[in-house]
Design a protein around this ligand. Structure first.
Ligand SMILES: C[S@@+](CC[C@H](N)C(=O)[O-])C[C@H]1O[C@@H](n2cnc3c(N)ncnc32)[C@H](O)[C@@H]1O
Length: 322
C-alpha cells in the first residue's frame, strides 16, 4: 500500500500545485492580515493549524481543536485542506504519515517538524504529570485546547492566562461554539508589564496545591529578564512537587526568527522573538545551569534537532520545583 500511495501521491501533488498555492495564500492571509486587523496573535494560529493537521492525519485526536479552528476567523480550514489534500490522500491509502506531518525520531527533527514534535513531547510529560497535580495553569494559552479535551477532570482546577485581546477573542469564539469551557478560569495578563502571579491568586489559584504550569511556545517572545522573573514568581508560589513545563529555544533559532522576512511577518502582529540559550555546544549543561540558576531542576527533556552539527534548536523541558 505504501508504494501505491506514492504512485498516486506524486501526480496528484503536481496536479494540485495551483490549489496548494491558493491554499497557502488563503491561510497566510487569514493568519497574518486578519489577525492584525483583529489585534490577535498570529503565532497562536501557527500552533492551532499544526494541531488541526495532526488531528486530521490521525496523529492526535483533538475534537476541541477542530471545533475551535472551524470557528476562528483568522485561520482557513479550506486553505489548509487545499494545501494538504494530496498528502492526506497518501496518508489514507498507506495508513501512515510521511513528508508532512511526520514524527522523526528524537534529535532528527527539522524546524518544519517543530509544532508536531513539540506538541507530542509536551503531551508525554503532561499525561504523566496530570496524575500528580490538582491545578493546571496554561500560560500564554492562545488557542491551546488541552484543558477542554481528555485532560479535563473534576478534581483539577484549570486556569488559562493570555494577553487580553487574544483571550477575549478565544472566549467569544468558545461561547459561539459547542465547546464546554465553564470549568476553565480565564486570567488576562501581559507577562511583560503585569504581575501574572498576583492576578492568578486573585482568580482563585491555591498555593497549597500541586500545580502543572504549561508554558508552551511563549518564552521565545519574552526577554531573558521577563522569562527569569516569571520563573522566580512561579518558584515562589508553587508548592513542592509542582512542575513548570516549557520550551526554550536555541539562540540560532531566535536569530533566524529575528531577521529578514520572518522578522517582518512577526512585526505585522507586533510579535517578535527575543530569549534564547546558546545550545551550540554542551547544551545539556547550558540548560541545566539555566534551570538551576532559578532554583529548579531538570526532569524529563527533549532536545529537538540534537543530531544537527549546529546543536538542538529547541528543548522541551520539565522543570521540577521542590
Ligand atoms: C505561539 S502562541 C502559543 C499558544 C499556546 N501556548 C499553544 O501552544 O497553543 C504564543 C502565545 O503567547 C501569548 N503571549 C505572548 N507574549 C505574551 C505576553 N507578554 N503576555 C501574555 N501572553 C503573551 C500570545 O498571545 C499567544 O497566545
Amino acid at each position: 500500500m505504501n508504494i501505491l500511495s506514492w504512485i498516486i501521491y506524486v501526480p496528484l501533488q503536481i496536479l494540485f500545485l495551483p490549489a496548494v498555492i491558493l491554499g497557502v495564500s488563503l491561510v497566510g492571509y487569514k493568519q497574518i492580515v486578519v489577525s492584525k486587523k483583529l489585534g490577535l496573535s498570529m503565532t497562536a494560529i501557527e500552533v492551532i493549524n499544526g494541531r488541526w493537521t495532526m488531528h486530521i492525519f490521525g496523529m492526535r485526536k483533538d475534537e476541541a481543536t477542530a471545533s475551535l479552528a472551524a470557528a476562528l476567523p483568522n485561520t482557513s480550514l479550506f486553505g489548509l485542506w487545499l494545501t494538504l489534500f494530496p498528502l492526506w490522500v497518501k496518508y489514507k491509502i498507506s495508513g501512515r504519515v510521511a513528508v508532512y506531518p511526520r514524527v522523526p525520531e528524537l534529535g532528527s527533527e527539522s524546524i518544519v517538524d517543530l509544532i508536531v514534535a513539540r506538541t507530542l513531547y509536551f503531551d508525554r510529560v503532561i499525561e504523566r504529570a496530570m496524575e500528580q497535580v490538582d491545578q493546571l495553569v496554561v500560560m500564554g494559552a492562545g488557542y491551546d485546547m488541552r484543558a477542554y479535551e481528555k485532560l479535563r477532570r473534576n478534581n483539577v482546577a484549570f486556569f488559562e492566562l493570555d494577553q487580553p485581546s487574544v483571550q477575549a477573542h478565544k472566549l467569544a469564539t468558545l461561547k459561539s461554539s459547542d465547546i464546554v469551557f465553564e470549568h476553565v478560569t480565564f486570567v488576562s495578563v501581559d507577562f511583560a508589564n503585569e504581575n501574572a502571579i498576583d492576578k492568578l491568586i486573585e482568580s482563585g489559584f491555591d498555593k497549597s496545591k500541586k500545580t502543572l504550569f504549561l508554558w508552551e511556545g511563549v518564552t521565545l517572545y519574552l526577554s531573558q529578564a521577563e522569562v527569569r522573573k516569571t520563573m522566580r514568581d512561579i518558584r515562589n508560589i508553587a508548592t513542592a512537587g509542582s512542575v513548570l513545563l516549557a520550551d526554550i529555544y536555541a539562540e540560532r533559532f531566535i536569530e533566524f526568527g529575528g531577521k529578514g522576512s520572518s522578522k517582518k511577518t512577526l512585526e505585522r502582529t507586533d510579535e517578535g522573538v527575543d530569549f534564547g540559550l546558546n545550545f551550540s555546544s554542551k547544551h545539556e549543561q547550558t540548560l541545566s545551569e539555566f534551570v538551576k540558576s532559578e532554583s529548579m531542576s531538570v526532569g524529563e527533556r527533549f532536545f529537538l534537532g540534537e543530531k544537527s552539527d549546529k546543536g538542538p534548536f529547541v528543548v522541551v523541558v520539565e522543570m521540577l520545583i521542590d
